[in-house]
Design a protein around this ligand. Structure first.
Ligand SMILES: [Zn+2]
Length: 276
């Protein structure tokens, strides 16, 4: 795509069918590489495809199976306004999984409701509630009725922030949501040995807030599905070590998911291998 053509008046006219967030992303030249629109209708995909953008749509209501490939740019427009906190965190897990390492996601949310806005979803014949949303990511656009947040993987944003290996992970993040992320173990004792880690530096699992514990649990649940698909293990162990006497080597909570395989040595040192 010719970068200069993006600011041509004719192009702007042709692209009038785009939403305000999409127009802003287009004008800032943030629609890069392979693009996914997550959770909204496809009319924007048609308009942008005509202009040469490599763009796909994944509507979570109608396409429970996600695309297999990963994307450089993922855009979600107003989806979060329709979701409760648990579903927001589940969407974040999906987006973080679909985003290439180094890729960027943009979430546009509306924030003009003085109260919860109840309306009818005619397609599903159900009443839905639209609510204000604030996300814990960098705000790149602040408007009168909407904000746009930029999301990048936790390990990229926090690369050199801390000496703690879980506050500044060196490995790629597999999945993440508002308060937690998942990555492969540094010292795997089986295929699919992974960790779920809260983003906040807390040593004891029971000192996490209930929302952080819920975020960790949602990540653990999704991680188990991924390990099932990739390795088909015969069983799992889930463990959390607290304090050195329990084998905790890093002063930051880690929930271990160890995939177990029939006819293999089960290994009694769950946890000790990882944190030494
Ligand atoms: Zn830490």
């Amino acid at each position: 795509m010719d970068k200069n053509s993006q600011h041509h008046p004719l192009l702007r006219y042709e692209l009038d069918g785009l939403s305000q967030p999409m127009r802003w992303l287009l004008e800032k030249n943030l629609l890069q590489g392979k693009i996914l629109i997550y959770g909204t209708d496809s009319y924007e995909r048609v308009l942008l495809s005509k202009k040469g953008y490599d763009i796909e749509v994944c509507n979570r209501d109608y396409q429970p199976t996600h695309p297999k490939e990963k994307f450089d740019t993922i855009i979600s427009i107003y989806l979060f306004n329709w979701l409760d906190n648990i579903e927001q965190n589940n969407v974040l897990l999906s987006v973080s999984r679909l985003l290439k390492h180094g890729g960027k996601a943009y979430f546009a949310v509306k924030h003009h409701f003085g109260f919860k806005n109840i309306c009818l979803n005619e397609q599903h014949e159900i009443v839905e509630t639209e609510a204000n949303v604030t996300l814990p990511f960098k705000k790149v656009f602040q408007g009168y009725i909407l904000d746009i947040y930029k999301f990048q993987h936790f390990n990229i944003i926090n690369r050199n922030r801390s000496q703690c290996p879980y506050c500044s992970p060196q490995q790629e993040v597999m999945l993440e949501n508002e308060y937690s992320y998942a990555m492969l173990s540094n010292s795997p004792i089986s295929k699919g040995h992974t960790l779920v880690i809260p983003k906040r530096h807390v040593a004891n699992y029971f000192d996490l807030t209930i929302n952080e514990q819920i975020a960790c649990q949602l990540t653990l649940n999704r991680l188990k599905k991924i390990i099932d698909e990739e390795h088909s293990p015969d069983g799992y162990s889930v463990s959390i070590n607290m304090n050195a006497w329990a084998g905790q080597g890093v002063d930051h909570v880690a929930i271990e998911l160890v995939a177990r395989y029939e006819n293999s040595e089960r290994g009694e040192k769950i946890g000790f291998e990882v944190n030494k």
